[in-house]
Design a binder for this molecule. Structure first.
Ligand code: C2O
Ligand code: CU
Length: 578
């Protein structure tokens, strides 16, 4: 044996040893290469330009174990625009620079450049990732991220096998066209999505239901290899399946149902909930769930799985696929029509579902008291004739220098130094359109002390004109929060007595219902700068978000690659180091 091969063998043995040592500690390094690019695809049987990763749409599913460290080398293969990816639901403890939010945690990655996201996944659950720059999520930049329990540990529920469904909505206009429309006078609204996608697949104008009604439609015949052919769920009778569901929709609130089958909800946003059974479930953008499905129905039939729009007047056909009992062919059509999506504006029904979600026993409970309470009024406004969303009358416009660096290095002229208002006028009438519709734009920051316990009361209100109030799913980066309660009308003194302090579910996304309020509590225990925003992408684009900064002086060494733009970029070139 030559010296060289002996050496190689030696290295190999060492790697194996190292590998097993790392395994026994629990945390493994996992390496991924993500090339972000535009691609031509036919996700709904029509040709569109979508954003994809490594030639895939949606991007590849990341599957890791609790304690693993992910190393994702993201290369921007777009021709003319920057990009970033946010790991939705991952708290980024001690790695706030890896949160993947352009202008907040990092500079956008330029075309041709590679940025390494390195972070640990510390909690089991169903998550996803998506673009967080401009409207790249609407363009299709998303994928699933699933974190399993460490080997040997068991989930608190039993299942034989699992499926993963990533839900999204698709427009036939490009995200750029949508962006320009939203930033125009008068506003050109994006309208309702053309197609709903399940794992990136849908059927425009050729819903499977149409096939059910009229089997002769030629464009509705799938051989299975098409990019738009539905992904069928093949099941064996009398088994239990875990279905992971996450919604990365740009706009749509969804309802999911499977004909004849009950769903038992067991997980929400990577947190266990007290299991409860439903016929159908609502899923807002930014939320993820696990449900258990018992295949206890007639195994000589197939069944529909449907998703439909709720919360806004729908103008989009249902997204469909088939639950196939494997004893029969998947091409046998279900004998009854797909489940009907509950009425879009039956908000009482939506609230009833949402309120069923309570923490599983053993979930950490919220601190009994908070150190401070902030009220965030959600309104639609005008700023210099533009239509905007505003929080306490301030519409968020992100600064050119990302906050994490500018706060850490005390670059004072990087953003508005006056913090935004922590409440709104007491006499604001939430039931009518604003008397003075004008708001301002701003990029100030809510600053929290380390470990401060913060209550956020999200207050919904009437829309800009006419009568009506929309649903908004609010998502917090860097944290799970406890949902303390939902209420009708304006939050008033005494309402805090109704807070649920014993079974408050931990979530990272919570919805506010029309004309209502939602109360959240979280502990500012994660040094960094975190976005808190409506997960409806066009709303965020129109300013519907705020920025929280927590004990940024405690943030560790920020990688240079996140700082090379704006005033932090200037600092780097002037000092050469920091
Ligand atoms: Cu999934 Cu800031 O969003
Ligand atoms: Cu919104």
């Amino acid at each position: 044996m030559s010296k060289a091969t002996m050496g190689l063998k030696f290295v190999f043995v060492w790697c194996m040893l190292l590998g097993s040592i790392q395994l026994s500690v629990g945390g493994r390094e996992r390496h991924y290469k993500f090339d972000v690019e535009y691609m031509i695809r036919t996700p709904d049987c029509l040709e569109h330009v979508v954003m994809g990763i490594n030639g895939q749409f949606p991007g590849p599913t990341i599957r890791a174990q609790v304690g693993d460290t992910l190393n994702i080398a993201l290369t921007n293969k777009l021709f003319t625009e920057g990009t970033v990816i946010h790991w939705h639901g991952i708290r980024q403890l001690e790695t706030p620079w890896a949160d993947g939010t352009a202008a907040i945690s990092q500079c956008a990655i330029n075309p041709g450049e590679t940025f390494l996201y390195r972070f640990t996944v510390d909690k089991p659950g169903t998550y996803f990732y998506h673009g967080h720059y401009g409207m790249q999520r609407a363009a299709g930049l998303y994928g699933s991220l699933i974190v399993d329990l460490p080997k040997g540990q068991k989930e608190p529920f039993y299942y034989d096998s699992e499926f993963n469904l990533l839900l999204s909505d698709l427009w036939h206009t490009s995200s750029h066209e949508q962006e320009v429309g939203l930033s125009s006078i008068p506003l050109k609204w994006i309208g309702e999505p053309q197609t709903l996608l399940i794992n990136g697949r849908g059927q425009f104008n050729c819903s499977l239901a149409a096939k059910f009604i009229n089997t002769t439609l030629p464009q509705c015949h799938f051989r299975g290899g098409e990019q738009c052919a539905p992904q069928i769920l093949h099941v064996e009778p009398n088994k239990t399946y875990r279905i992971r569901i996450a919604s990365t929709t740009s706009l749509a609130s969804l309802n999911l149902a499977i004909s004849n089958h009950k769903l038992v909800v067991v997980e929400a946003d990577g947190n266990y909930v007290t299991p409860f059974e439903v016929d159908d479930m609502d899923i807002y953008s930014g939320e993820s769930y696990s449900v258990l499905l018992r295949t206890d129905q007639d195994p000589k039939k197939n069944y529909w799985l449907s998703i439909g729009v709720r919360g806004r007047k729908p103008n989009t056909p249902q997204g469909l696929t088939i639950l196939n009992y494997v004893n029969i062919s998947a091409s046998v059509f279900p004998t009854s029509p797909p489940p009907i999506t509950p009425l879009w504006n039956d908000f009482e029904r939506s609230k009833a579902f949402t309120k069923k979600i309570i923490a599983k026993m053993g979930t950490p409970q919220p601190p009994k008291f908070s150190d401070r309470r902030i009220f965030l009024l959600n309104t639609q406004n005008r700023v210099y004739g533009f239509t905007k969303w505003a929080i306490n009358n301030v519409s968020l416009t992100l600064p050119p220098t990302p906050y994490l660096g500018s706060i850490k290095f005390k670059i004072n002229n990087a953003f508005d130094q006056t913090p935004p208002p922590v409440t709104f006028p007491q006499d604001y009438d939430i039931f009518n359109s604003p008397v003075n519709p004008n708001a301002t734009i701003g990029n100030g920051v809510y600053m929290f002390h380390h470990n401060e316990v913060v209550d956020v009361i999200l207050q919904n209100a009437n829309q800009l004109s006419g009568i009506g109030s929309e649903i908004h799913p609010w998502h917090l980066h860097g944290h799970d929060f406890w949902v303390l309660g939902y209420g009708e009308g304006k939050f008033k003194r005494g309402d805090e007595k109704k807070f649920n302090l014993t079974h408050a579910p931990l979530r990272n996304t919570a919805v506010i219902f029309p004309y209502g309020w939602t109360a959240l509590r979280f502990k500012a225990d994660n040094p960094g700068v975190w976005a808190f925003h409506c997960h409806i992408e066009p709303h965020l684009h129109m300013g519907m978000g705020v920025i929280f900064a927590e004990a940024v002086h405690k943030v560790g060494r920020i990688p240079k690659g996140t700082l090379n733009c704006g005033l932090t970029g200037k600092m780097l070139t002037e000092n050469g180091h920091y």
